[in-house]
Design a protein around this ligand. Structure first.
Ligand SMILES: C[S@@+](CC[C@H](N)C(=O)[O-])C[C@H]1O[C@@H](n2cnc3c(N)ncnc32)[C@H](O)[C@@H]1O
Length: 276
């Protein structure tokens, strides 16, 4: 029998091969699996025990969700609370953890592949390109959840960082309007719906035309909006010279000496000595 606890599991962006080994193990051992049915396919639970209880959290409110977790853990069960992507980003786990702590129920968090990074991967982009963007902001457009002061898209636009905008596919016109002043209408934007899933779709454009293109493509849910110069489809041709210091032969760090220092050392070596 499992000893009772709750695991918040990062279910990743959808492709079961993007589950971590630990997430896979916990899902296979869980007595109770509560998953975000609006975002996760049941295929992720193909390795669950035949007698595991499965609950879709979509129809539950917080009190019911907490009751399921607390009663399961108190009766010695392992409860896997599976969220899409990484649970720490727009996962609403804060309020769940508060309730578990109140109830004295132990829990742990297993990270997952966040949809922002899954979207960057399927697009084939790095979100931080030297001298272009060294900051990534994970955010959303203001909807029913109000944005704290200083964090509206209009205000974030001043940074010209790469933006990963969650939960905002239906608000794309507002996204464009708020960002245009800070970024300029020619700024590249990519919208990735259902990244890594069989229904994956990619729409590319600029702040000028992305709202029309995304709407015409019928993208309304489970989509990541990535904005910034790093999303330029031609970036590898246009900015191929922008190299990081990490692999620069003239740049030393804790794990590698600079090329000139290595050459000097090699010159000082006795014949037959091997440099690792
Ligand atoms: C409730 S939030 C959960 C985010 C999740 N915790 C993460 O790390 O990706 C749901 C939003 O995440 C994004 N999202 C989740 N899965 C996605 C996917 N497979 N492709 C594109 N966007 C996704 C969408 O913006 C969606 O509206």
């Amino acid at each position: 029998m499992n000893s009772g606890k709750v695991c918040f599991v990062g279910g990743g962006p959808g492709d079961p091969e993007l589950l971590t080994l630990r997430a896979h193990r916990v899902i296979s051992q869980a007595d109770v699996i509560i998953y975000t049915g609006s975002l996760l396919d049941q295929g992720l639970f193909a390795n669950a025990r035949a007698d595991a209880e499965l609950h879709d959290s979509a129809g539950l409110h917080l009190e019911q969700l907490v009751e399921l977790m607390v009663s399961g853990a108190r009766s010695g069960k392992l409860v896997a609370r599976v969220h899409s992507g990484d649970p720490s980003v727009f996962g609403a786990i804060h309020e769940q953890m508060v309730e578990l702590e109140r109830a004295g129920v132990p829990y742990e968090i297993i990270p997952g592949v966040c949809s922002a990074f899954a979207a960057a991967a399927v697009l084939g982009h790095e979100l931080t390109v030297p001298e272009m963007a060294q900051t990534v902001i994970l955010t959303r457009a203001e909807g029913r959840t109000p944005m704290p002061s200083g964090q509206r898209l209009r205000e974030l636009a001043d940074h010209r960082a790469t933006l990963a905008i969650f939960l905002s596919a239906t608000l794309i016109e507002r996204v464009v309007e708020e960002l245009s002043a800070g970024y300029g209408r020619e700024t590249p934007v990519a919208v990735v719906a259902n990244a890594t899933q069989p229904g994956q779709r990619i729409v590319r454009g600029t702040l000028e035309d992305i709202a029309a293109k995304s709407t015409a493509a019928g993208i309304r849910a489970q989509a990541m909006i990535l904005v910034g110069d790093t999303l330029d489809p031609a970036i590898k041709q246009r900015a191929g010279e922008r190299k990081s210091r990490l692999y620069d032969p003239q740049f030393s760090h804790g794990f590698r000496k600079r090329a000139s220092a290595r050459a000097k050392e090699a010159g000082a070596q006795k014949p037959g000595e091997v440099t690792p």
